[in-house]
Ligand binder design. Structure first.
Ligand code: GLU
Length: 446
């Protein structure tokens, strides 16, 4: 396999799909060496088959807004790879959603899900529907219209969507309600991230952020460091950022920044219960601005137009969107003394940022390892649904701990370089790839 040849072919077939091409390139560069040691992979054209989704559904979603006007959006579901289990992955509602974004996310999801130790394939879906400023009734009508098209192509053993940016418990509720009506079956396992009274799993809302911090703890322990007393900058203020901020605080770190599209909140005293609760209220307000946090808490300051990476910190945790931390941001962080960066968002760092962190020899781990606790706990939700039982929070949390520890160990196994530096990007990509590739090989040409 030659990365350049495959990339040239993909660029010709999918011109302009920059996020998708970026995600594929990163994985191929990581696995090239190992792949070429396995002629059976080459013979079965594993890479050529793995980089293309199995299928893409594109559909029109028409709904009526509060003024009675008819609105039309585009909906998608990308079923990427089902070698190791049913398609599994979130749904993103964001105005910038397009096939390139969802293909990158579906591709990443395939490897991430393989890392979780659970049997889940990779998928992603979403819409260019912009939830910002929409009323609750509009959100409900949109979710119902979206599910009206999607319901027939998903199922507990076929494809199991969940939340992502712009899709939380409320949206999953509205989508499940419509699914149940159309399918005429109480198939709880068809979606994850459900409410606690109707098949949801305890710890799922916290899982992405908590799991990320468990991973960071392992990464720091391996490097002989501790999170206690460290300063942490977090981007975003949604569910994932909240989970990360909550666990970081519990572990004795000081969360000195959270951010939104409007700017960054500098929070030198760190978080407390009231502030963490307020983060959730702020997200639920649907206005997508973080400034009110600094109006409510006198020790915090809002700096308009700035990113979280302008705040001096030991640990940087991108928790918002892809490519939200670029090469210049990484250089600023390194210059300010940051010694660890972990992507909690999917592909939160640009390739230049990753190269800067790795070049400076600081600890860096990629989203598909760090944030896998979210989808892993979705997998645990599917298991509980299939067994028609609910585990206690302690039971789910202990399984999540074990999964994050396993992911960390897999990264170390495949990513430790001769000089001792652990390349977590390489480690995660190779570990995920080997599992999916082996399954594809054994299942023949399909
Ligand atoms: N959207 C999340 C992710 O990127 C969760 C997916 C899921 O739970 O299926 O992994």
């Amino acid at each position: 396999m030659k990365v350049q040849t495959i990339m040239a072919d993909l660029e010709r077939k999918h011109p302009g799909e920059s996020e998708y091409l970026q995600a594929v390139q990163e994985v191929l560069e990581s696995i090239e060496e190992v792949y070429n040691l396995h002629p059976e992979f080459e013979k079965a054209k594993i890479v050529e088959r793995m980089v293309e989704p199995d299928r893409i559904f594109t559909f029109r979603v028409t709904w009526v807004d509060d003024k009675g006007e008819i609105q039309t959006n585009l909906g998608y579901r990308i079923q990427f790879n089902s070698a190791i289990g049913p398609y599994k992955g979130g749904i993103r509602f964001h105005k910038a959603v397009n096939p390139s974004m969802l293909k990158f996310l579906g591709f990443e999801q395939t490897f991430k899900n393989a890392l979780t130790t659970l049997p889940m394939g990779g998928a992603k879906g979403g819409s260019d529907f912009d939830p910002v400023g929409k009323s609750d009734a509009e959100i409900m009508r949109f979710c119902q219209a979206f599910m009206w098209e999607l319901w027939n192509n998903i199922g507990p053993d076929t494809d199991v969507p969940a939340g992502d940016v712009g899709v939380g418990g409320r949206e999953i509720g509205y989508m499940y309600g419509m699914y149940k009506k159309l399918a005429r079956e109480y198939n709880t396992g068809v979606l994850t991230g459900k409410g606690m009274t109707w098949g949801g799993s305890l710890i799922r809302p916290e899982a992405t952020g908590f799991g990320a911090l468990y991973f960071v703890e392992h990464m720091l322990a391996k490097a002989g460091k501790s999170i206690k007393g460290a300063t942490v900058a977090i981007s975003g203020f949604g569910n994932v950022a909240w989970g990360a901020a909550t666990k970081a605080t519990e572990l004795g770190a000081k969360v000195v920044a959270i951010s939104g599209p409007d700017g960054v909140v500098y929070n030198p005293e760190g978080m407390n219960k009231e502030k963490l609760d307020y983060m959730l209220a702020l997200r639920a307000s649907n206005r997508n601005i973080v400034a009110p946090f600094a109006e409510k808490f006198a020790d915090a300051t809002f700096i308009p137009g700035k990113k979280a990476w302008s705040i001096k910190c030991d640990i940087a945790l991108p928790c918002a969107f892809q490519n939200e931390l670029n090469g210049d941001d990484a250089a600023e962080l390194v210059a300010n003394g940051t010694w660890c960066a972990a992507e909690v968002s999917n592909m939160g760092c640009t390739p230049e940022a990753i190269a800067t962190f790795q070049g400076a020899g600081i600890l860096f781990a990629p989203g598909k390892a760090v944030n896998a606790g979210g989808v892993a706990t979705s997998g645990l939700e599917m298991t509980q649904n299939a067994m028609h039982i609910s585990w206690s929070a302690a039971e789910v949390d202990s399984k999540l701990h074990y999964i994050m520890e396993s992911i960390h160990a897999a990264c170390v196994k495949y990513g430790t370089q001769e000089d001792g530096y652990i390349n977590y990007v390489k480690g995660a990509n190779i570990a995920g790839f080997m599992k999916v590739a082996q399954a594809m090989l054994e299942q023949g040409i399909v």
